[in-house]
Design a protein around this ligand. Structure first.
Ligand code: SF4
Length: 260
């Protein structure tokens, strides 16, 4: 079989979602695997309470044991949406702030093109990332949530992912690139136990240029009860350490519900 025929067979049979047949040739339609797009107030960090379009990509290179969006990581689900359709869908909400989140939104190559198209339409773009992948993106706020040792899944749950997660979660080279190329950044650390604060300090000591007022500590919580319990001890500890505290307003209001 000629190479061109083989390529066509691959494109149509094995990766049909990424290609569309036209009259003269097969053309690649840029698309991203999306789990949900919705409007809600931002629940965390500097722009908390700001109405935002959330674009949640599916797929993650990590597997935090506490992941609050397992439908993008442990049990991924979603639909391939072309960039044209996605940008039109986002713009139709007539909302300035757009939050690209996941999963890991820096995973798909197409994220760069998506951000540049949103920039052309004058959106304020936040990217919420675990900080393990760098891509040249148009961004206004790089929101980085590095995963500490407290995030690694147990080998009993998955030996493969315990090993992979531990190998991938800490990328200081990527963190430096993300900060360098973003006009504005924030760090959000997920705190499970009071002893996690020592890990945050140890992490920050490797990046002396990070402004501590750009660092938020957030309770690990997927229920309102857990959020309240951890907020009680974490909020004062964050302030006495000269760091910021962020609640998770969507959890406080709705519990861990999709589309909020
Ligand atoms: S990095 Fe985020 S999306 Fe990925 S497993 Fe961890 S919490 Fe879930």
């Amino acid at each position: 079989m000629a190479l061109t025929s083989l390529a066509a067979e691959f494109q149509t049979k094995l990766a049909p979602h990424r290609y569309r047949r036209c009259r003269v040739s097969l053309i690649r339609v840029p698309n991203v695997l999306i789990s949900e797009v919705y409007v809600a107030p931002q629940g965390e960090g500097e722009f908390a309470r700001t109405p935002s379009v959330f674009v949640r990509t599916t797929g993650c290179n990590l597997r935090c044991w506490y992941c609050d969006t397992p439908f993008t990581s442990w049990n991924p689900e979603g639909q391939h949406v072309s960039l044209d359709d996605l940008v039109n869908q986002i713009t139709a909400f007539e909302t300035e702030h757009v939050v690209l989140t996941g999963g890991e939104p820096m995973l798909p190559l197409e994220i760069s093109e998506l951000t540049h198209r949103l920039r052309e339409r004058k959106h304020f773009i936040t990217i919420e990332t675990a900080g393990t992948i760098y891509r040249p993106v148009a961004v206004d706020l790089m929101s980085i949530s590095p995963k500490l040792a407290n995030s690694t899944p147990s080998p009993e749950r998955s030996q493969l992912w315990a090993t992979k997660h531990e190998a991938l979660r800490d990328r200081p080279d990527v963190i430096r690139q993300l900060i360098e190329h973003a006009p504005r950044y924030q760090f959000k650390f997920v705190i499970n136990e009071p002893t996690d604060l020592a890990d945050v300090e140890s992490y920050l000591s490797r990046f002396p240029s990070i402004d501590r007022q750009r660092v938020w500590l957030m309770p690990q919580a997927i229920s309102q009860a857990a959020l309240a319990e951890r907020t009680a001890w974490l909020e004062p500890q964050a302030h006495s350490a000269g760091l910021r505290f962020s609640s998770r307003l969507h959890i406080a209001q709705h519990g861990n519900r999709r589309g909020t």
